[in-house]
Design a protein around this ligand. Structure first.
Ligand SMILES: [Fe+2]
Length: 314
């Protein structure tokens, strides 16, 4: 029986259509609740490499089904905070609705916590090995008439390529400091991190220029606004000014696509080559429930001076 179902899934026909000029594509015609074979995942990984963001339309996924599909992309990350998840530690609910279905007020720290996501970022950049991909599933979404609530994406490949030669040379050797605790600096009303959380995710530094060995040395910017604003080895103010200049650069509309959510969308993005941000919406007026799973990265961020990159000749 299983083999018959797997063949049926492998034979599923699908269409990929670009959504934005710089990145993003929608995938139509797949039912991800059906068993999905290795070959289809390999093709989807290629498509993700090409488009940065894939939106699988019209899905109907339970939490275990989303976890099962996510694991086909690689091992999952656990969310680093205590007591923030509903069931599995691999699931993070991006919602202003509690597990019991109650619409939470703006002052609830579970809601404030999500406002950190309103800054451009890439998921779990505060880890030594940051995430490969995130999968966010639309369970309850805003009505079409509502303002805001889109998820913005920006292509770090396009943003890097558009930098001036002088800026490319300037950032070539630099690292940014990434710290999970930075969200607490931005939103002081959040409860402080516990020792467990501090020990789980101490600050790390990553190169600002990311070199992708699996894409023939392709380069992208690797930067975030929600996990720090300091550049390793530079005076504080000079580093923060450079960080601000780069964050302004990556927000240019020609690098971006803003996704309006439809119920049943499963949006997958490549955290290695894209940034994203949550656009604000009237949280007191509208309920929204999105469910995220995160696929772990395969290794640390390589920069132009990493041994592995030099050994590969890029
Ligand atoms: Fe995020």
């Amino acid at each position: 029986m299983t083999q018959v179902l797997e063949r049926a899934a492998a034979a599923q026909q699908y269409t990929i259509r670009p959504l934005g000029a710089a990145l993003g594509a929608e995938v139509l015609g797949l039912d991800l609740a059906q068993p999905v074979g290795d070959e289809l995942i390999a093709r989807m990984k290629e498509a993700l490499n090409q488009h940065g963001v894939l939106c699988f339309r019209d899905q109907d996924l339970s939490e275990p089904q989303q976890i099962a599909f996510s694991k086909l992309w690689g091992p999952l990350e656990d969310f680093p905070e205590e007591n923030k998840t509903v069931a599995a530690p691999t699931v993070y609910n991006v919602a202003n609705v509690s597990a019991e279905g109650e619409h939470l007020p703006d002052t609830d720290h579970r809601v404030i916590f999500q406002k950190v996501n309103a800054l451009w970022h890439t998921d779990s950049s505060y880890r030594y090995i940051p995430a490969y991909a995130s999968l966010l599933y639309g369970i309850e979404v805003l009505p079409e008439s509502a303002e805001g609530g889109r998820t913005g994406f920006s292509s770090m490949v396009a943003a890097y390529e558009a930098l001036s030669p002088e800026m490319k040379a300037r950032i070539e050797p630099l690292h940014m400091v990434h710290s999970y605790e930075h969200g607490r600096r931005v939103y002081g009303s959040l409860p402080p991190l516990s020792n467990f959380e501090k020990n789980a995710v101490p600050p790390v530094s990553h190169p600002l220029v990311r070199v992708h060995l699996d894409a023939r040395g392709r380069r992208s910017l690797y930067i975030t606004a929600n996990a720090g604003n300091e550049i390793s080895g530079m005076p504080l103010e000079e580093g923060q000014a450079l960080h601000a200049q780069l964050i302004e650069h990556i927000a240019r509309p020609e690098f971006c696509y803003f996704h309006p959510w439809k119920k049943g969308d499963l949006v997958v993005w490549d955290n290695r080559t894209t940034l994203h941000k949550a656009q604000r919406y009237d949280m007191a007026r509208y309920r929204r429930v999105l469910r995220r799973t995160t696929v772990a990265g395969e290794g640390p961020v390589f920069g132009p001076y990493s041994q592995a990159v030099r050994a590969a000749g890029y």
